[in-house]
Design a protein around this ligand. Structure first.
Ligand SMILES: [Fe+2]
Ligand SMILES: [Fe+2]
Length: 320
């Protein structure tokens, strides 16, 4: 009994220190003691973020060989390569919490870990590459700028680096759209068709409305999350509507209008049935994305084996 009381006391003391630190605005570092719930929340969020960066390379990779110019191909290649790098920073950040990259990949392959549903939509035309950069990376930036101030040190530092590259991604997408809107009628229609298909899934990237988001409570209290889903979505809408107007694209929402009282754009209802359908595995490309990831992971087994053999050889040499 006494032992239990002692353990309870130590636990309460740890929690108190942890919360004081969070309230002071100090970063939590890997060696600091932290509540289990905090660690678990971060592992889930950071690994999901890492998986999204890597799976997101697939829809864009679909257009590397068909980019309309050498310049466009170089830019797209650089962008996709950046996304691979983002995945690596984030896997490393998650590993500081005591999970291995192999474990994270296994959870992804078994369907227990998720990635952003936006990447379960197909890229049908070149304009989709513009729409992804402009809208999807644009939405990611809003979220990631906010996460630069997240309470876990390694995650926050990864975000600072990632955000520098994301603004280039957003600009390359917007440039594609702007160029197409100055082109032929067919090109303009292609650009409009892309925004028609990508607009609503981009709004869904911020997750359910605050009133429907049960996990937000702890995440806000622990300063993992610095802004709510609806706040971030509103920021994205406000900046993007104006960008669409400048190049002559129409946002596919008849209810969209500037609310003079709030100074923000009000939007029409989001189709949450579609959101949950895609999250639960029934989007247009879920199976294709997962099958491809598994196959490439399998094909790359020899690289991991070679790297491990090299590591062991070096270790032996340093012992001699
Ligand atoms: Fe990224
Ligand atoms: Fe990006």
């Amino acid at each position: 009994m006494e032992m239990v009381e002692k353990a309870d006391h130590a636990q309460a003391e740890m929690l108190k220190n942890f919360e004081e630190k969070i309230n002071r605005g100090d970063a939590i570092e890997p060696k600091d003691r932290m509540p289990d719930g905090y660690r678990k929340h971060l592992i889930r969020q950071i690994s999901q973020h890492a998986h999204s960066e890597v799976i997101g390379m697939q829809p864009e990779g679909n257009w590397i060989t068909r980019a309309p110019s050498l310049r466009a191909k170089q830019i797209l290649l650089a962008k996709i390569q950046d996304e691979g790098g983002h995945g690596l920073y984030l896997y490393s950040a998650a590993e500081t919490l005591g999970i291995s990259r192999d474990e994270m990949i296994a959870l992804l392959h078994s369907g227990k870990a998720k990635y952003s549903s936006i990447f379960n939509y197909p890229t049908l035309t070149w304009a989709d590459i513009g729409a992804i950069g402009w809208l999807v990376d644009g939405a990611a930036i809003v979220n990631q700028v906010s996460l630069q101030r997240t309470s876990y040190g390694p995650y926050s530092r990864a975000m600072v680096r990632i955000c520098k590259e994301e603004s280039f991604h957003q600009r390359q997408g917007y440039e594609i759209m702007a160029k197409m809107m100055k082109g032929t009628i067919d090109q303009q229609e292609m650009a409009q068709d892309a925004i028609n298909r990508w607009w609503w899934p981009s709004l869904m990237m911020f997750g359910p409305h605050d009133s429907e988001s049960p996990r937000s409570g702890d995440a806000v209290k622990w300063k993992i999350k610095r802004h709510t889903n609806d706040e971030l979505r509103q920021k994205f809408i406000d900046k993007t509507v104006q960008q669409a107007e400048v190049i002559g694209l129409t946002i596919p929402d008849k209810d969209l209008k500037c609310n003079e009282a709030t100074g923000h754009y009000d939007h029409g209802p989001i189709d949450w049935d579609e959101f949950y359908r895609v999250i639960n595995g029934n989007g247009p490309c879920n199976k294709q994305r997962m099958d491809h990831h598994k196959k490439v992971h399998q094909d790359g087994a020899w690289v991991r084996a070679a790297a491990e053999a090299y590591r062991q050889k070096k270790e032996k040499q340093s012992l001699n």
